[in-house]
Structures are given as structure tokens and as C-alpha cells.
Write a protein that binds this ligand. Structure first.
Ligand SMILES: *Cc1c(COP(=O)(O)O)cnc(C)c1O
Length: 462
């Protein structure tokens, strides 16, 4: 088997191996790293339907990584060892849809699935090379928490996570700031999540600084995260198709950064028979507008009940756009430059008149979110977290007989118990791990939304 190499969406970096791609995070030309080709696995699907989650992970990751097989297996086993459900990502039939529970990892959100793997991978590489790594990240809540829990206490890694001060759910904040290991630095930025991302991107674009401080990224643009997330589309898709004796599925994906749904796009391109990817946003609907109109234009971030999707600039969107523009780095670069200066870009419709026939897209408002949580609790005794509720709401508008819909459940409801209380009038959503945080000691540093201040903080603490 040929070893996969990675190229930049902007076309101006040398192809590199998986390990370099993951350690680099963002490509040096400002683009995102993508595999040089997308493997076709359609011939293997029947065999994979019988495998465990870890074994499907192994089969998929093998196509993308340059690690010895035994080491890869060990990394996978270690990464899922502390999940709270033996199936890792179980899928249940609930009312008219299937719910794929991705929240059984250490921090109770789907980001653990990728970040547990990524942390183990970093440690594996650093131990071999004797190097150190300083992770810099921006989070709207769940990423930071999952990343911090992934690398806490590891010897060769420091982690600096920026979150928008006072704009993440209090519990999400505590999940991050209650980790007191000396290699963990929480930075509360006086601004929005987009400010945090802007600062991060700008620091990463200073290649000197990046090298001097061995900076690495864990944000959703890191290829390893997308890669690991491809797995659950296969595991759930194959399981549900087998259960329902059908040959096609739909996936509904609550999204903000286009990370999770991008993994579904890759799964589809790899040969999983996904007939529709149903993209669901909250009122921050730049992505839903794009798939319905072809125009991608910045609005203002509004806070909602699903804060992990309160995003305007979707950092992974560029990867999709690359494929949508016919894998033409020059075209993509021009479009992204234009977007950088005007805050908008558009693509012409395809021959069938759609932006992309694989996608359907819709919005779940705050009212829809609450109504959906209430309805699923009353009718099916199932508690949806508000992000998942956005997905379910939009999924219900795109149901198709003979084609089951799997909705990704991205967080445990107890992470957003306020929304559950608001929807149901009852205090139903609890988890022992979260309840214990209430009186934990916390630590963070508040900084202005200013790149210089963040650089200085990093210099002083590595
Ligand atoms: C991060 C997150 C999302 C959105 O994920 P994307 O990578 O933007 O698609 C949705 N729900 C929860 C709970 C999250 O943490």
C-alpha cells in the first residue's frame, strides 16, 4: 500500500507525510492540509460491518497514517480505553431517527473521540524524537476541554487554550479551568470565539515564532481530527443499514466549524452510501445559507443555547471548498483572499441547479431547540442536548422513507442542563463527573483580545 501524503488546499507547500501533517496543523502557505487522494473503500464495507469500533478505526486510519501497524493498534486501544461505553459510539433508534451517541468520552462531548487519539499520537511521536510541543488552541467550549483532558499531565506537552471570556457555558469553563496540571494554561480572551481564532491564526502564520516555540494545533483544522471522525460515520452507517436492511443512509450533523460534517463528506467520498448529509446550524447560519444559496457571507455571532456552534467563520470549510472548486488551489486561494477582504464569497450552482446535491441544510432556532428537547423527552423519554436538538430538528424536515437518518449526538445533555431545565421545566440532566466540578478549584488568566498579549504570555510560560 502506498503511504498517504498530504498537500495544502492553497497548493504552495511540498507534499508531506502524516506525522508532519499532524504536527504542523495549519499549512505554511495558510491553507489546510488534505490527503493527496481519497481512498475508495466500498469493496470492504461488508467485512467492516462485523467489526468493533476499534477495529473499524484501525482499518480506516491505516489508509491515512505512516505508523507501524502494531503501534497504530496500540494507540487506538489506548485512546478509547477510558470511554464510558463499551461500544464507544452506540447508535439507538429514537422515534423517527437514529441517535449516534458520541459523548461517552472523558469530557462528555464528541471531540474526545478525536482528541484522545491526537494526544496519544503526539506523545508517541515526541517520545521518539525527544522533542517538546506547545499546543495553542482556541475554543468555544468543548474542543478546549477535550484537548486539555487529552494532554493533561503529559511530560513533553504544554497546552495554551484561549476561550472567549464569559461566553462559554459555565460548566464548560469549569471543565477546562479546573484542570490544574502545570502543563495546562487557560487563557480567557476579552472578545468572541472568532477573536480567539483570529489571534491563533495570526500567531501560527508567524513561522519564526511557531518554530521557536514548537507550536502545534489541535483545532478542528488538524487533519488527524477529521480523519478520526470519519470512523463513526462508517461504524454507525454500516450498523444502521444492517439493522434496517437498507443500502443507503442519511446523516444529520449539528455543526459550526464544519469539522464533523466534513468527516461525513470524506466518508461519502470514500464510498459509504450516504445519500444526504443534512447540515444543521443554530441562528449562526452562515453554513446553512451557503448550502441553500451558494453564498458564504459573514454575519455577527449571536449567543444561543448551543454555544459550541456559535461560530461564523467555519475553519474547516476551506477543505470542502477545495473539492467543490474542482481541486484547483489557484481558484481556492483567490476566493479565500477575496473572502478575507470582503467577508463574502460565492460559488456558481452545479448543472443540477444545486450548490451540492449531497447536502441539505437548515436552521434550528432557540425556540426549535427547546421544542425538540421537550418533544423527545415527552414522546420518547430521551434527553437531547441543545446541539443535538438542532440536528434532530433539521433532520425531521428531511426524512425520507427507506433511508434511515442518523443524527449525531454531540454532547451529553448534562453539559447543558440549563437548557434542559428551560425546555422541560425539570432538573433532569445530571452526570456524576460534572456534578463533582461544582466546587472544584479553578485557574485561568484573562487577557485582552490582542495578539501581542497572547504571544507574551506564551513566551513567559513555555
Ligand atoms: C464542537 C461541537 C459541535 C460542532 O462541531 P463542528 O466541528 O463545528 O462541526 C457541535 N456540538 C458540540 C457539543 C460541539 O462540542
Amino acid at each position: 500500500m502506498k503511504t498517504m501524503r498530504y498537500i495544502s488546499t492553497r497548493g504552495a507547500t511540498q507534499p508531506m507525510g502524516f506525522q508532519d501533517a499532524v504536527l504542523t496543523g495549519l499549512a505554511d502557505d495558510g491553507g489546510l492540509l488534505i490527503p493527496e487522494s481519497i481512498p475508495d473503500v466500498s469493496d470492504w464495507l461488508d467485512d467492516w460491518a462485523k467489526l468493533s469500533y476499534q477495529d473499524i478505526t484501525y482499518e480506516i486510519l491505516r489508509l491515512f497514517v505512516d505508523l507501524p501497524n502494531d503501534d497504530l493498534r496500540e494507540l487506538i486501544d489506548r485512546s478509547y480505553a477510558n470511554f464510558r461505553h463499551p461500544e464507544i459510539a452506540p447508535a439507538w433508534s429514537v422515534g423517527p431517527i437514529h441517535i449516534l451517541e458520541l459523548f461517552h468520552g472523558p469530557t462528555l462531548a464528541f471531540k474526545d473521540i478525536a482528541l484522545q487519539f491526537l494526544s496519544n499520537f503526539f506523545e508517541y511521536i515526541l517520545t521518539r524524537t525527544g522533542q517538546r510541543l506547545n499546543i495553542l488552541g482556541a475554543t468555544s467550549g468543548d474542543t478546549g476541554s477535550a484537548a486539555i483532558h487529552g494532554v493533561r499531565g503529559r511530560e513533553r506537552i504544554n497546552i495554551f487554550i484561549m476561550h472567549p471570556h464569559g461566553r462559554v457555558a459555565p460548566l464548560q469553563e469549569r471543565q477546562m479551568t479546573s484542570v490544574l496540571d502545570p502543563n495546562v494554561f487557560n487563557i480567557a480572551i476579552e472578545g468572541t470565539f472568532d477573536d480567539c481564532q483570529r489571534i491563533m491564526k495570526s500567531i501560527f502564520s508567524d513561522l519564526d515564532f511557531k518554530q521557536r516555540y514548537s507550536l502545534g494545533a489541535v483545532n478542528s483544522v488538524n487533519w488527524a481530527r477529521v480523519m478520526v471522525q470519519i470512523v463513526y460515520y462508517f461504524s454507525a452507517g454500516l450498523y444502521v443499514m444492517d439493522q434496517e436492511r437498507v443500502s443507503r443512509v442519511r446523516f444529520a450533523v449539528p455543526t459550526g466549524n464544519f469539522g464533523d460534517v466534513l468527516a461525513g463528506y470524506y466518508a461519502s467520498r470514500m464510498g459509504l452510501p450516504i445519500n444526504r448529509l443534512i447540515l444543521a446550524t443554530n441562528e449562526n447560519d452562515i453554513l446553512a445559507r451557503f448550502f441553500n444559496t451558494g453564498e458564504y457571507s459573514l454575519g455577527h455571532v449571536v449567543p444561543t443555547l448551543s454555544p459550541s456552534m456559535d461560530i461564523q467563520v467555519a475553519s474547516n470549510f476551506e477543505r470542502y471548498l477545495y473539492y467543490r472548486l474542482g481541486e484547483d488551489p489557484a481558484k481556492l486561494t483567490a476566493l479565500m483572499r477575496a473572502f478575507g477582504s470582503t467577508g463574502r464569497l460565492s460559488v456558481p450552482p452545479l448543472a443540477d441547479g444545486s450548490v451540492d446535491a449531497l447536502f441539505a441544510a437548515g436552521v434550528g432556532t432557540t425556540a426549535d431547540t427547546l421544542a425538540t428537547i421537550r418533544k423527545y423527552h415527552e414522546l420518547y423519554h430521551y434527553l437531547l442536548d441543545p446541539h443535538t436538538a438542532v440536528g434532530v430538528h433539521v433532520a425531521e424536515q428531511h426524512l425520507q422513507a427507506g433511508e434511515p437518518t442518523v443524527c449525531l449526538a454531540t454532547a451529553h445533555p448534562a453539559k447543558f442542563s440549563e437548557a434542559i431545565r428551560e425546555a422541560t421545566g425539570k432538573d433532569l440532566a445530571h452526570h456524576e463527573f460534572l456534578d463533582k466540578l461544582a466546587d472544584a478549584e479553578t485557574r485561568m488568566t484573562v487577557l485582552p483580545a490582542d495578539e501581542t498579549a497572547v504571544r507574551k504570555f506564551i513566551e513567559e510560560h513555555v
